[in-house]
Ligand binder design. Structure first.
Ligand SMILES: CC(C)(COP(=O)(O)OP(=O)(O)OC[C@H]1O[C@@H](n2cnc3c(N)ncnc32)[C@H](O)[C@@H]1OP(=O)(O)O)[C@@H](O)C(=O)NCCC(=O)NCCS
Length: 302
């Protein structure tokens, strides 16, 4: 019988559980119980940073009354519980074996981080926490450097943004804009954010698409990362387009970028080029239909 849950080292699970429990103030228990109940209906929705209103109120109360370390410890405790309870939370259709292996890898990382009481990124409502929390609760699943939203839709507004040429190219390429996979970089897995990591991602997603025929394929973005300017401005990061476009993916212009673009956060080179008018960090969406993506992944194996 195929595995339905990743293998978790019981000693690591215990160590993480004990550290999280020891780091929580004794009087936090009733609030944690209410918070746990407010999260009960969550899972498989992909909205890893959106929470029911009641849960948001309790997150705010938790942080205000007990502080950042207790906020981290409480979420660590809930992650340990959810990881231990994997099979009960898994979707009825299960996951391909390669995705279970990815869960094994990221859960080992998360549990080791908790066992070391390393609260970096966990001590408040931080995108890094919400991605790991989303993995533990199976709102998203892991693949290489990314967390994957299992069933997402994209905004078709870009059809009208790139001129008549884009409209005529995009319309026949698009299927329904619902039921696609989409991915977001997990900061804690950033060392895999490169060409090899992207190849791994696509192979893993091909397994998922084969197992879930209702899904139309993969979309990424909108983001500056898929812009045709990447080969000039940051060639090292141009691996998405370089691999996906010859494999049948398409990119479409979504919106012009400005001084507030995420492209300018990490790179002095991009900031300078923007300031000198040599670079505009426009956002593009990358869409890769299921048949073409699976064919690309199959060709990699051959
Ligand atoms: C996307 C992101 C994680 C990529 O990071 P990265 O792989 O380090 O690549 P970057 O081009 O951003 O590198 C930033 C700086 O790190 C250094 N650097 C990165 N990789 C390097 C390498 N292999 N060798 C030497 N220096 C390197 C460089 O100093 C570079 O600055 P420069 O462009 O002025 O030379 C990063 O740009 C980021 O966090 N951006 C903000 C969030 C974002 O845009 N996310 C994308 C989702 S829309």
């Amino acid at each position: 019988m195929p595995d339905v849950a990743p293998h978790i080292d019981p000693a690591l699970l215990d160590a993480a559980r004990n550290v999280a429990a020891a780091a929580m103030p004794a009087d936090l228990g009733p609030l944690l119980d209410r918070y746990r109940r407010s999260l009960a209906a969550i899972g498989g929705d992909g909205s890893y940073k959106r929470f029911p209103a009641a849960a948001v109120v309790l997150q705010e109360e938790l942080l205000a009354r007990f502080g950042g370390d207790a906020f981290a410890a409480a979420h660590a405790a809930l992650m340990v519980e959810a990881i231990a309870d994997f099979a009960a939370r898994a979707p009825a259709e299960g996951y391909p074996a390669a995705i279970l292996t990815e869960f094994e890898r990221v859960f080992a990382r998360i549990l080791a981080k908790i066992a070391a009481a390393d609260w970096t990124g966990y001590a408040g409502p931080d995108d890094r926490l919400w991605k790991d929390f989303g993995l533990a609760l199976q709102r998203v699943f892991p693949a290489s450097a990314w967390v994957v939203t299992p069933d997402a839709g994209y905004d078709r507004g870009f059809l009208l943004k790139g001129g008549i040429g884009q409209f005529l190219t995009a319309l026949p390429y698009m299927r329904g804009n619902d039921h696609w996979l989409t991915c977001n970089l997990n900061e804690f897995e950033k060392h895999r954010f490169n060409e090899a990591g992207f190849r791994d991602l696509v192979r893993l997603l091909a397994d998922v698409l084969r197992a879930r025929p209702r899904l139309n394929g993969l979309f990424l973005g909108a983001s500056w990362l898929y812009s045709p300017m990447l080969p000039t401005i940051s060639p090292r990061l141009d691996f998405h387009r370089r691999l996906a476009l010859p494999g049948g993916a398409r990119i479409f212009f979504v919106q012009p970028g400005g001084a507030d673009s995420m492209a300018l956060i990490a790179s002095e080179t991009r900031r300078r080029a923007f300031a000198e008018g040599r670079y505009r960090p426009d956002d593009y969406i990358l869409i890769w239909r299921r048949g073409a993506l699976i064919a690309w992944a199959d060709a990699q194996k051959a």
